[in-house]
Design a binder for this molecule. Structure first.
Ligand code: GRG
Length: 253
């Protein structure tokens, strides 16, 4: 099965069916995760399992967990108390569609579901759950610095708001496939740089970067090259991770 099919199948398996009580929350959870996201983090997770000699199937539950957690962050980030966004992926945001209280609760439910799903990994469950928690805490640190007024440390914000979940994805996928500590360390480095490259590309797409466009372009290229070189010496098949890194550079959306 292709990586994208594995991702959609496992998400469908673990998300509550729309009829599950309370229906409004089950619907909002499915709406939030829905279609339209690029699924970058679960692809990293599955491909990381292959890169350490395992199979994508080994990492299916951590892959679902990271996508669910990522979508949770977006639901809460869109709330009036944070970014106050009314549209995401061309559709009304969860709070616009289901109301603010339901969006908060659907987000809470997605967060709980992410941990429940990560715990279904076939091996190394304590380390996998710990990694998800560690990087989730990192996202909060990045978000808080980002919404604070005044000068901010942009690299700190990019590392924590964006790269931390890339790191969790890669490390959880590797652990689910029984990776060696050396391979986990290489993937951590890969994901940190890929996350930074992803954020620089996002800025280029938005036409707005604190570093200026020219510098941002070279930062994105350097970070992508660094990410790809971290894959050297891994014990498994790194094809998917290399393809993914290359496809994110200069992406259109
Ligand atoms: C994780 C416990 C915990 C709390 C989160 C709300 C919050 C606290 C943080 C918000 C963080 C945030 C919104 C980061 C944005 C990161 C980012 C690059 C989002 C866009 O990712 P894409 O382009 O989105 O992969 P798609 O739509 O493709 O899924």
């Amino acid at each position: 099965m292709r990586l994208s099919q594995i991702i959609e199948k496992v998400l469908d398996e673990v998300l509550p069916s729309e009829g599950t009580r309370p229906e409004v929350i089950s619907k909002a959870m499915r709406y939030a995760v829905g279609t339209g996201g690029k699924r970058v983090r679960p692809r990293i997770c599955l491909a990381a399992a292959e890169a350490v000699g395992g199979t994508a199937e080994d990492a299916r539950y951590p892959a679902a967990a990271i996508e669910i957690l990522h979508n949770y962050t977006l639901v809460h980030d869109d709330l009036p108390a944070m970014d106050n966004d009314v549209e995401r992926r061309g559709k009304p945001t969860v709070w616009k569609e289901f109301g603010e209280a339901n969006a908060i609760l659907a987000g809470d439910a997605l967060l709980a579901l992410a941990y429940r799903t990560a715990a279904l990994a076939p091996r190394n469950v304590p380390q996998i759950v710990q990694e998800l928690g560690e990087q989730g805490l990192g996202v909060v640190r990045g978000q808080v610095e980002d919404i604070e007024q005044g000068d901010k440390d942009i690299e700190f914000v990019y590392i924590h708001k964006t790269a931390d979940l890339f790191i969790a994805a890669a490390v959880m996928g590797a652990l689910a496939a029984g990776a060696s500590p050396e391979d986990v360390a290489k993937l951590r480095e890969f994901a940190l740089n890929l996350g930074l490259a992803f954020q620089y590309e996002d800025d280029l797409l938005d036409g707005d970067s604190p570093y200026g466009m020219e510098k941002t372009q070279s930062l994105a290229q350097e970070a992508t090259a660094k990410a790809i070189s971290s894959l050297d010496g891994l014990s498994g098949d790194t094809t998917e991770l290399r393809l993914l890194a290359q496809s994110l550079l200069g992406r259109k959306k």
